[in-house]
Ligand binder design. Structure first.
Ligand SMILES: [Zn+2]
Ligand SMILES: [Zn+2]
Length: 345
């Protein structure tokens, strides 16, 4: 008698986007195997970032579908591919926005991996963390310190590193007036880092009700941009050395440029496609500048996690199960989440 041999294929739960604007689909897929130079991560948490909109809406050049979003991944290596020697099974790791570099472009040759011309992004260039198992190249891996929980580490790998890295490269010194525009997913971390860096921190939010939170996070001053002219308020404090623009609202950013002091710098990290109106005179007066900043490398992420561990900076989070990714994403988009939304597997 002939018997059919059933081979059990190990499967996992995956949240994918099949085409731009189609929303999320929860499906079962075969658990992938890592190729040479890759590891497989058993994902334990993945943050839901506003930039996931690039995957959901197809707004990133060259993105292919179906695609699994997610670039704030925390988990454990459960298999290593051939040739991987620096990472081991059982090690806690994460993957952030910087999903790998080509090591050959002019920027990589100068060690500027953050600006690699062929940078890979988890959840855009390859499947990200909205799934139970994920394969990632070793160039993308971030070691997670023991004391940080997965759900805390995940948002630090995009929202955290972006605010931390932008501020630490901003040129502001301890004691300088640094303003953080927006008290959302990025801003609530920006205020904490700015405080721990020893800046005089002004948090700028909309509405009086955010004052208590801003102070609790470490702001010396809270400016309600609904009730007052925030640029004038900053000038009354001497003018900001740095303003970190975290809320993806170009009009709100534009309104703050006159709050910069001499040689002040406005650093843009809240991502939107809308233009930021600014006149040449505004920049020429006081030699002010306007600069963008994109996350950083996995080594920068490790610095971020270590600093968070040392200083007590932690994201405030709302947790959703993976199967409720659509609700979690809608919650993030609503702007009402307090303050980062994290999926657990
Ligand atoms: Zn992000
Ligand atoms: Zn490169």
């Amino acid at each position: 008698m002939a018997t059919a041999t059933a081979v059990a294929v190990a499967t996992m739960k995956v949240v994918q986007v099949v085409k731009p604007g189609a929303g999320f689909q929860v499906v079962e897929r075969e658990i992938p195997k890592p190729r040479p130079g890759q590891v497989r991560i058993r994902v334990r948490a993945c943050g839901v970032c506003h930039s996931d909109v690039f995957t959901v809406e197809g707004a990133w050049p060259g993105i292919q579908y179906p695609r699994v979003p997610g670039h704030e991944v925390a988990g454990v290596i459960d298999e290593v591919g051939a040739g991987v020697s620096a990472w081991r099974k059982g090690q806690r790791v994460g993957v952030g926005w910087h999903g790998g570099q080509d090591n050959t472009c002019p920027e990589c040759r100068r060690g500027d991996f953050r600006n690699c011309r062929n940078q890979q992004i988890a959840g855009i260039s390859y499947d990200g963390g909205y799934q139970q198992y994920m394969v990632a190249p070793v160039e993308a891996l971030v070691a997670i310190p023991e004391s940080l929980k997965d759900v805390e580490a995940a948002p630090l790998l995009c929202a955290g590193i972006t605010t931390y890295n932008a501020l630490r490269h901003s040129g502001a010194f301890p004691g300088d007036l640094v303003a953080v525009q927006g008290l959302g997913g990025l801003g609530h971390l920006g205020v904490q880092f700015a405080n721990k860096f020893g800046y005089r921190v002004a948090a700028i939010g909309r509405g009086e009700e955010n004052a208590t939170l801003a102070k609790k996070l470490g702001a010396q001053v809270y400016i309600d941009s609904k009730a007052t002219n925030a640029a004038e308020a900053l000038q009354k404090l001497g003018g900001a050395k740095v303003i970190l623009g975290t809320a993806p609202n170009s009009k709100a950013m534009s309104e703050l440029i006159d709050g910069l002091g001499p040689n002040g710098k406005f650093i843009v990290i809240g991502a939107t496609n809308d233009p930021i109106p600014v006149t040449p005179i505004q920049l020429i007066t006081g030699s002010r500048s306007l600069q963008g900043w994109a996350a950083g490398t996995p080594a920068d992420s490790e610095d971020t996690l270590r600093f968070a561990e040392l200083s007590g900076v932690r994201p405030m989070i709302e947790i959703y199960p993976l199967a409720q990714a659509a609700e979690a994403y809608a919650r993030m988009l609503s702007g009402k989440a307090e303050f980062r939304v994290v999926l657990t597997m």
